[in-house]
Design a protein. Structure first.
Length: 302
């Protein structure tokens, strides 16, 4: 069995680890003399340095929670809408969590037990407090990343590796004997670079970027058909739209400070997980913004 076939088998295997798969890709990068592939594999294996832009599938949406109280009540794990935090921090991208950790430290089974990763943001608690009703105090503030989004990194890497080797095999049917394929030839080097850009580093179906995203979407207040049409145009399938319809009908309104209801929130989390794994063809960095803007429009807060 050649190296490309071996990598392909590992990419579709439920038992082969992603770290092991990537180490074989490192060998492939050496044979292909591809600096692009080598850098990507090393960053996935060792973690992304702070000055390196990460791929879209490593950018995740944060949900914010706080412990708050006033003279009449105390609420723990109180949901704070993203737009409130963006206004408090004067940063529209504050809800973006950039996952730089080495892929070998992401364990799907352990993640499933946790439910969500918590990130402490007590340093901006006073800013958030200033956006709440007078007399309301924030004693703790944090962000949560659904573990499904983190686990989605594993699937995203597998999918990209599989797409890359299949594209190489299609372009060069005899390429499984990697020794016979060298990227030192200008034509081959150009093709390998193009295949990398369109499969691993490609942005087909991606909206937005690591640092900002522009979402052009308008939904009229209370217009369920508008909501369906707009999200459908952005790749949300009929099954997910039907599930959302049930959720918004059971939660017909929202409180400005409490944010979306639990059913809608759960649906949004599921869709962000789909974006992370590639099952929904929209950039992860823009998925949360797209859904939030559509739903806020439906609820009359656009």
């Amino acid at each position: 069995m050649g190296l490309l076939a071996d990598i392909q088998n590992d990419a579709v295997s439920d038992t082969a680890s992603v770290a092991s798969l990537l180490r074989k890709c490192l060998v492939l990068a050496h044979h292909l003399d591809s600096a692009l592939l080598e850098d990507w594999v090393k960053w996935e294996l060792n973690g992304y340095p702070g000055d390196t832009e990460v791929p879209e599938y490593r950018i995740m949406e944060l949900a914010f929670r706080a412990n708050v109280h006033n003279a009449a009540y105390q609420h723990n794990n109180f949901p704070v809408p993203q737009y409130v935090v963006a206004k408090a921090t004067n940063r529209k991208d504050f809800s973006k969590f950039i996952c730089r950790q080495a892929i070998g430290t992401i364990f799907a089974q352990d993640m499933d037990k946790i439910g969500a990763l918590n990130i402490n943001f007590d340093n901006v608690a006073i800013l958030v407090q200033q956006q709440l009703e007078p007399g309301t105090y924030v004693t703790a503030f944090w962000g949560q990343v659904p573990t499904a989004s983190v686990i989605g990194v594993l699937d995203a890497v597998r999918n990209r590796v599989l797409e890359f080797v299949l594209a190489v095999q299609k372009k060069y049917p005899g390429a499984d004997d990697v020794a016979a394929l060298t990227a030192k030839e200008p034509s081959v080097e150009k093709e390998i670079k193009q295949i990398f850009q369109t499969t691993i580093n490609g942005n087909a179906g991606i909206v937005g970027s690591a640092h900002h995203s522009t979402v052009n979407i308008t939904v009229n207040t209370g217009n369920l058909q508008d909501l369906r049409n707009q999200l459908g145009q952005h790749g949300v399938n009929e099954e997910d739209l039907a599930e959302l319809e049930v959720a918004v009908k059971s939660e017909p309104s929202i409180n400005r400070m409490a944010g979306f209801g639990p059913k809608v929130t759960q649906w949004v989390g599921k869709m962000v997980g789909k974006a992370a794994s590639g099952a929904w063809a929209v950039g992860l960095g823009a998925s949360g913004a797209l859904l939030e803007k559509a739903l806020l429009g439906y609820y009359g807060y656009q």
